[in-house]
Design a protein around this ligand. Structure first.
Ligand code: ZN
Length: 315
């Protein structure tokens, strides 16, 4: 049993508390910390945001700890984000993989691409204002979970663009680096976005958050494709032809959605999308159920454009 464990701060990423444990334990290696916390040491990718073997960790906590596995999953990992767009059985499987010692790939269970196409998820992110306020309030900074959710590029509390720290999210070796002034240096060369782009990034951040916390079971990707078809026909981007065929005006759809969001915004969110938006959107609209990987952000962008409300779409 662990002799102590740091109290988690509001919306603190579990990894962050593990890193603070590492410092206080005085352990010389990350492996030693891994063995103490989880009973084994693994080099799993995605361990930073989708930590597994939580049952072992919680059982190992002091008798005075109130922490439960479900509390950790829901409030201190990216489980709620990755559970979105998964049907209940798949979400349960993801949860189960995080509760236990993991055998296979968590990315496969979460239906996430092995190599993220954008740069936005490579390093742990921080908001300079949160960093300062947390240090004043708690005596130390910490990694906020919401700042690590893919697609969230602005701190929803302070409306400030997030900065990359120097701590890599998916490095091969294990590590436990707590947030610190040394690894959270404000990048003076950070690109400045136009005010209306920041505003759009904020709206997207709220939509991603709402999608992650929505309490409606997802009905599956085939359902999603049928929903898209319904709205595309309704908005005259698609025409039904005899024999169950259809004609989709991908150019008109792509022009409309690109106008709606603006080039700068889409380029920040996904540089690959902007290279060939016609094909990119078509793939998601017409064949999302054929792809083993789910790009939650693109779906949220499409839903928001078609229906203007994520909640309404799912209900
Ligand atoms: Zn902030």
């Amino acid at each position: 049993m662990l002799s102590f464990f740091p109290t988690l701060y509001p919306d603190e990423l579990l990894y962050s508390a593990l890193a603070r444990y590492h410092i206080r334990s005085g352990n010389k290696t990350f492996k030693q910390t891994d063995l103490e916390l989880f009973g084994y040491s693994s080099q799993q990718l995605c361990k930073v945001t989708l930590t597994n073997n939580l049952n072992y960790l919680v059982k190992n906590l002091s008798l005075f700890s109130q922490l439960t596995v479900s509390d950790l999953l829901q409030n201190h990992t990216l489980y709620p984000f990755y559970a979105s767009f998964l049907i209940p059985q798949q979400a349960w499987q993801l949860q189960d993989s995080m509760r236990k010692k993991l055998g296979g790939s968590i990315l496969e269970v979460a239906k996430v691409a092995n190599h993220p196409t954008d740069n936005s998820t490579k390093f742990l992110k921080f908001c300079p204002v949160c960093l300062e306020q947390d240090t004043q309030k708690y005596g130390e900074p910490y990694w906020h979970r919401i700042h690590q959710i893919p697609g969230i590029l602005v701190c929803p509390t302070h409306r400030v663009v997030l900065h990359d720290s120097s701590v890599a999210v998916d490095s091969k070796g294990i590590h436990y680096y707590a947030a610190s002034p040394e690894n959270c240096l404000t990048n003076q060369n950070q690109v400045k976005y136009a005010d209306n782009t920041v505003e759009k990034l904020l709206i997207l951040a709220h939509d991603i958050w709402n999608t992650s916390t929505i309490n409606i079971p997802f009905k599956g990707l085939t359902w999603l494709r049928n929903q898209y078809q319904f709205y595309l026909i309704n908005q005259k981007f698609m025409t039904l032809l005899p024999g169950g065929n259809f004609r989709f005006n991908e150019k008109s759809f792509s022009n409309s959605i690109c106008d709606f969001y603006g080039q700068e915004f889409l380029e920040i969110i996904n540089p690959n999308l902007i290279k060939n938006p016609d094909k990119y959107f078509s793939g998601y609209l017409l064949a999302c159920d054929l792809n083993p990987v789910i790009d939650r952000i693109t779906h949220i962008l499409i839903i928001k454009f078609l229906v203007n409300s994520v909640e309404r779409f799912f209900t």
